[in-house]
Design a protein around this ligand. Structure first.
Ligand code: AVJ
Length: 326
């Protein structure tokens, strides 16, 4: 996809619906049944996720914002002229980082990579208020967006890649390492990566963050079935499934599942799929890996980075790690 200066607003083409159908078919017929977590974020899912970020039981977003504001000068100092953010969401964090760096920073070129046109449009609007910031939107996957960014070496100076919100937690370890290698290859030696990662913390805190008493996370999870019903002519009974969050100690991850309350038949016409779910059988919809600070240093070093700084929010157990491409 070609970089454009205007965020794109067009809706996903039908090719992506076919991709969705194929993936739904593939993953729902695995044992255990599963669905890729990136499909949680349609319009309703994105709104529910924004609500989750404001819940008292999900402190991750606020902790990260405090760290970004508190260390903005160290992060954006040292001659950064170009930023690429993978999955900018509303653009609020990047905006806080830029504001926190104050007025002595120079011009910035900011590349935003997201598959969602509406996220790009929103982030573009959020950044409009900053002077001397040029925004380039890439409506693309992380891999494609990074490749475009790596090729578009228009600006001299250091580049900084941002991967925030503990989104890296959704990757399993092999996927995570492949992703970090892709990021590294889009950067030159001396460029930087800022990684926001949620840390291992007491299990009751983790469970509350992913199974909140208001049921917002449950709605976020069940919405994936509603999306399948809506986009792929499915007939999931939304009241026939219960949200489950479990801590998998061995794998160091929270898992979200949708548990079938009874034996029930499910058909998804648009994915050419029909199956029976047994009582208690689950669909695994998300993994959210939690790390220890030293794990983050190690994974970055294995992927061709040297860690320059690591800031930790002691209360909410969240880490921001600044690394340099070696
Ligand atoms: C956006 C993937 C970082 O794993 O904490 C929030 C998504 N899932 N509540 C996370 C999420 C349930 C979130 N990430």
């Amino acid at each position: 996809m070609t970089p454009t200066t205007q965020p794109t607003l067009a809706e996903a083409p039908s090719a992506s619906t076919r991709g969705f159908a194929g993936e739904v078919r593939h993953f729902l017929t695995q044992q255990p049944r599963q669905l890729p977590s990136r499909y949680l974020y349609d319009d309703v899912g994105s709104a529910l996720f924004e609500a989750i970020c404001r819940l008292p039981w999900y402190p991750l977003t606020r902790a990260e914002l405090r760290l970004l504001e508190g260390h903005a000068r160290e992060i954006l100092g040292a001659g950064v002229t170009t930023i690429v953010e993978l999955g900018p969401g509303s653009g609020a964090k990047l905006s806080a980082l830029i504001a926190g760096a104050g007025h002595d920073r120079g011009r910035l070129e900011v590349h935003l990579v997201d598959v969602s046109g509406s996220a790009l449009a929103q982030a573009g609007r959020t950044l409009e208020g900053h002077s001397d910031v040029r925004v380039v939107a890439h409506r693309a996957t992380y891999e494609t967006g990074l490749r475009e960014f790596g090729l578009a070496r228009s600006n001299p100076g250091r580049r900084l890649a941002l991967f925030l919100g503990s989104n890296i937690g959704n990757f399993d370890p092999p996927g995570r390492d492949a992703f970090l290698a892709t990021v590294r290859s889009s950067l030159d030696r001396g460029d930087a990566l800022l990684l926001g990662v949620d840390l291992v913390k007491p299990v009751p805190d983790l469970l509350l963050a992913y199974d909140d008493p208001l049921g917002v996370t449950a709605a976020f999870n069940v919405n994936l079935l509603r999306r399948i019903n809506h986009e792929l002519q499915g007939d999931f009974d939304l009241r026939g499934f219960t949200h489950r969050a479990i801590w998998n100690e061995e794998a160091s991850r929270i898992e979200m599942h949708l548990r079938s309350d009874r034996r029930q038949r499910v058909a998804v016409r648009g994915a050419d799929l029909a199956f029976v779910m047994e009582p208690g059988e689950t669909i695994w919809t998300e993994s959210s890996y939690k790390y220890r600070p030293q794990d983050i240093v190690s994974m970055l070093e294995r992927s061709g980075f040297g860690v320059r700084a690591q800031w930790i929010d002691a209360a909410d157990r969240f880490a921001l790690t600044l690394a340099e491409a070696a």
